[in-house]
Write a new protein. Structure first.
Lengths: 258, 258
DNA sequence: AGATTAACGCTATCACTGTTAACACGACGA
DNA sequence: TCGTCGTGTTAACAGTGATAGCGTTAATCT
């Protein structure tokens, strides 16, 4: 099991060779290495798979090293969080000053949802950690990005509520949507949920594009959906229809409401 | 603090005496006792405070008893969850057939938010547990209650999206709002968040009281004819159906209204 | 250059966790 | 009466987070 790695492992820790004039010492490299390994374990096996010993042996070192570098297991997890979050953000264009700030917010929304679905364990660590009253630093960073996008909407004169409330609404709805999706097996998730949630939010938070004429356009579909849903809810009561007819009617009503 | 309860505790476990003919053996009583103790520990010290030994000694028994009664630590936690959730629901009027089903939904919303803020650890266990793809039974029970309320709105002809999506939206937004509140120290929480979130949702999900202006709607509870008539009046617009389907649908709607 | 300080890798250990095996004792049915 | 069964109890196993102390090695200071 535990082969003695007391030999040199020359490829792993050449700190003695280049440490003198190299500003970036081996410490930072080891730190980054441990973080990457821990992120891999987290993504592979969930939160329980990340133990100090597992991380240490997978990184080719020992548990106390983790404590020297990160102080705490929470410190390690925080580093993993920051690493995973920043690397995910690095792939995507961080900001594009499009004309429409609401489109920017939507892009950020989609990005966030995608991040949560792609990294469930990381996302749960960020937004569903058990400590009440505190939020990890990475979550604060994400919230800061969100706030700037909200501010852009406000600067365009299209925010109906104050910025703080808007940011909290979007943040809460986003994490809630991801959590709801994650809580359900992958093949039973409703892909409409994130978009529907965002539409609901943006209607409540921002003024319409067209602005102008008071109320809004209101899709024709929605007027049709209400009575269709009403019938669908009471399908079993329709005794004037046969069972087969009710079944077919249910399918049609579903098609109308979707 | 922890007085040794290793003495007889004669009122607690008279299993030997009445176990024979008493249908409700001391086993169930011990089970309930352990669940209550565990719930107390959970509420007091969070999830980490609930260890098998801590629960056992606080309940005046030993750790193996837990495994005999609950099989697993997850079993114990599930029992605690069900206990806490049901006792919270028991305090409140479970359903009141008010005239307005949206008011009912709002009442359920407030109840849920209040539950989350009053029992953070329990709520986190229900909606933020780390297992992806599975939801605890208590969460499913809460979702079932939500679904019936959504169904009442649909039956009143005031639901603009299908019931499944509406239920998921409300569920996700509710847990997200509670999580966002819990993640912030108590004195820095924005008390407007739950109401604002609900308003945003209800606007997206349900039609206004007035709506009205055109044809549709609205319907008192029992009237099946109103939604059927609304659909019938706009039959030609149903482009998601074929012409033949529209024809048959028209006949059925006629049968419903007669 | 030589001495000192700081960091490192490593082993061993502590208190605690979930979980299980094994034993002791009382009550029940055969 | 014996044997089985459920229960209470102890002890143990494999891991967990975290720390102390060891020898050694690198960097820094005088």
């Amino acid at each position: 099991m535990e082969e003695p790695q007391t030999d040199k492992t020359p490829d792993d820790a050449p700190t003695g060779g280049d440490g003198t004039s190299d500003g970036i010492s081996g410490r930072d490299r080891m730190r980054a290495h441990i973080v990457e390994v821990a992120a891999g374990l987290l993504a592979a096996g969930g939160r329980d798979a990340v133990s100090t010993r597992a991380v240490a042996t997978a990184a080719g070192t020992q548990a106390p090293t983790i404590y020297r570098l990160f102080g705490d297991k929470d410190g390690l997890l925080a580093a993993v969080l920051e690493y995973g979050f920043s690397t995910y953000l690095a792939d995507k264009p961080p900001l594009d000053p499009t004309a429409d700030p609401i489109m920017d917010l939507r892009a950020g929304w989609d990005l966030h949802i995608g991040f949560g679905l792609a990294n469930p364990a990381l996302f749960l660590l960020m937004y569903a950690d058990t400590r009440p009253g505190r939020r990890p630093a990475a979550a604060e960073a994400g919230l800061a990005i969100l706030r700037t996008r909200i501010r852009n909407i406000a600067a365009a004169g299209r925010l109906r509520v104050d910025e703080d409330l808007a940011a909290e609404l979007v943040q809460a709805a986003g994490s809630g949507a991801v959590l709801a999706l994650l809580a359900v097996p992958e093949d039973r998730r409703d892909p409409r949920l994130p978009d529907a949630m965002f539409d609901a939010l943006i209607t409540a938070i921002a003024t319409d594009h067209e602005t102008a004429n008071g109320r809004a356009v209101v899709a024709v579909n929605q007027d049709l959906a209400a009575p269709a849903n009403a019938l669908r809810a009471r399908l079993p009561e329709l005794e004037m229809l046969t069972e087969g007819e009710r079944h077919v009617l249910g399918e049609w009503l579903a098609r109308i409401t979707h």
